[in-house]
Ligand binder design. Structure first.
Ligand code: MV4
Length: 499
């Protein structure tokens, strides 16, 4: 096993990886930019090295500097976390060239799955259903022709895309020409590659993904699914497992399909195979995420398997320590992403100093935070502050426990998505499990799309339901400019919060 690992990331995921290393007796090396000098991941690592100014391009994305730190510190391996260099084949190559282990999949798999058409070909070869469409990048002429064959509506997608970036719904022939032009220029700008392909449009799908672990010797297991349909603009908001649409048989078929794709791609490490699921519970391969994902903890909560430790062990050349029969899903889990964003103002980033931070506790609660009281959330990076992960014996207990925990969660000084989660937990469609990928937009519609009225309604829901007195008084008075005495009643405000 490695003696020292460099963590090429920041915030909660760097902290998560450092924790796994500590439990494995591995020394850790952090890297940080100017604004992260006092960050939690820097404080928790055994050593920390400055790598540059705040913009990621000049720090967390600097392959040369990170490799240099690994050499200077004597780290034998680098964990990239998610984002930044996690799916960068050039970085995996640079690690190899420097004699450092990249804790992730082989670079060939990163390249192959990075091309969405190659990924589709791979899935097809593996006998996994793909969305009807093309398997090659297309010229404009070919797009016009294929669109007619497939039939509108269609999705125009960037070959180099993924995660919803560079994607366009085209409802009719009339829209196609300008859509192609726009999609190409978007793709060129975002990925430096304007190649496009098309797919049949699947209406109101659910987004279900399968977690897999594969070692270097071809042993693979699936750890069950994550339901990720609660998203806004392709940014996941809440993830859960199991998915309410899943049963044993569908899980087995989807899990085995995911492992076949991995095998066909020569994949090892932790990975995720994404599927779209239609109303009739047909599933279609979407793409492969060749990295540790933000939402991996919900899978850890129900399987008891530490995905980060397994990933490190696989990178070190160990055999998988579990067989498929060892994998048992127990209970249910949800993850709530706590972002420094204002959910009542179009999820506007709200970086700043955290003046108060108190995390929930008690049965079934896990908090993966990247901050502490007094820390500053810089504006340069993804504004994730923490993840609240909740376990319960069933989905109902998870929902009740989550409400309790979100109400316990105190983050002061910055706006966060906590109240938005409370609104979702009060939505009967969410509670019944009857939702798809359009759910978040419909909640925002219900709330009046970030209007003052919507804010008040949301805060009222969050506050009236339980003792969010301080939340109500402080937030509603200061930001809503309203009279909380009138709104919530004298009695409620008289009872003071213990914090
Ligand atoms: C689709 C689709 C419908 N039909 N592809 C969005 C994320 C990216 N990974 C793929 N996405 C979609 N691809 C076809 N052929 C609908 C979406 C989609 C979506 C998927 C998952 C979660 C949320 C979504 C929100 C809008 C659209």
């Amino acid at each position: 096993m490695f003696e020292k690992v460099l963590v090429a990331n920041r915030s909660e995921i760097a902290v998560r990886i450092i924790r796994a290393c500590k439990e494995m007796g591995i020394k850790t090396v952090a890297v940080f930019s100017d604004v992260d000098r006092d960050a939690l991941h820097v404080r928790m690592a055994d050593e920390a090295y400055h790598i540059g100014p705040p913009p990621a391009r000049e720090s967390y994305l600097r392959i040369d500097k990170i490799i240099d730190v690994a050499k200077r510190s004597g780290a034998e391996a680098i964990h990239p976390g998610y984002g930044f260099l996690a799916e960068n084949a050039e970085f995996a190559q640079a690690c190899e060239d420097a004699g450092i282990v990249f804790i992730g999949p082989p670079k060939e798999s990163i390249v192959a799955m990075g091309s969405k058409t190659v990924a589709r070909q791979t899935a097809m070869k593996a006998d996994v259903p793909v969305i009807p469409g093309t398997l090659e990048p297309l010229s404009d002429e070919e797009i016009f022709q294929k669109a007619e064959e497939i039939g509108f509506p269609i999705m125009l997608k960037a070959v180099a895309g993924g995660g919803g970036k560079g994607m366009r719904l085209v409802k009719s022939r009339e829209e196609l020409e300008s859509a192609v032009r726009l999609a190409r220029s978007e793709a060129k700008g975002a990925f430096g590659d304007d190649s496009l392909y098309i797919e049949k449009y699947i209406e109101n799908p659910r987004h279900v993904e399968m977690q897999i672990l594969v070692d270097r010797y071809g042993n693979g297991i699936y750890l069950g699914e994550r339901e990720c349909s609660i998203q806004r603009r392709h940014q996941k908001v809440i993830e859960e497992t199991p998915s309410v649409i899943m049963d044993e048989e569908l899980r087995r078929r989807m899990g085995e399909a995911a492992l076949r794709v991995a095998k066909a791609a020569g994949y090892y490490s932790a990975g995720t195979v994404e599927f779209l699921v239609d109303k009739d519970r047909n599933f279609y391969f979407l793409e492969v995420n060749t990295r540790l994902q933000v939402e991996h903890p919900v899978t850890e909560m129900v399987t008891g398997i530490d995905i980060v430790k397994e990933m490190i062990k696989i990178a070190a050349g160990e055999k998988l320590s579990y067989t498929q029969d060892d994998v048992k899903m127990e209970g249910a889990s949800m993850e709530f992403r706590i972002y420094a964003e204002d959910p009542f103002n179009n999820f506007m980033p709200a970086p700043g100093k955290i003046t108060g931070f108190r995390v929930p506790g008690g049965p079934g609660i896990r908090v993966d935070a990247g901050v502490y009281e007094g820390a500053v959330v810089p504006m340069e990076y993804d504004p994730i502050v923490a993840k609240l992960i909740v376990w319960g014996k069933d989905r109902k207990e998870v929902i009740e426990r989550s409400k309790r925990a979100l109400r316990e969660f105190v983050v002061r000084g910055i706006k966060t998505t906590i109240p938005f989660h409370l609104v979702v937990l009060d939505d009967e469609r969410f509670v019944s499990g009857d939702f798809d990928t359009t759910f978040v937009e419909s909640v925002l519609d219900k709330l009046g799309r970030g209007s003052q009225e919507g804010l008040e309604l949301a805060l009222a829901l969050a506050a009236i339901a339980e003792d969010q007195k301080e939340y109500a008084s402080e937030r509603v008075c200061k930001e809503g400019g309203m009279d909380p005495w009138k709104f919530f009643g004298r009695k409620m405000l008289m009872r003071t919060c213990w914090w």
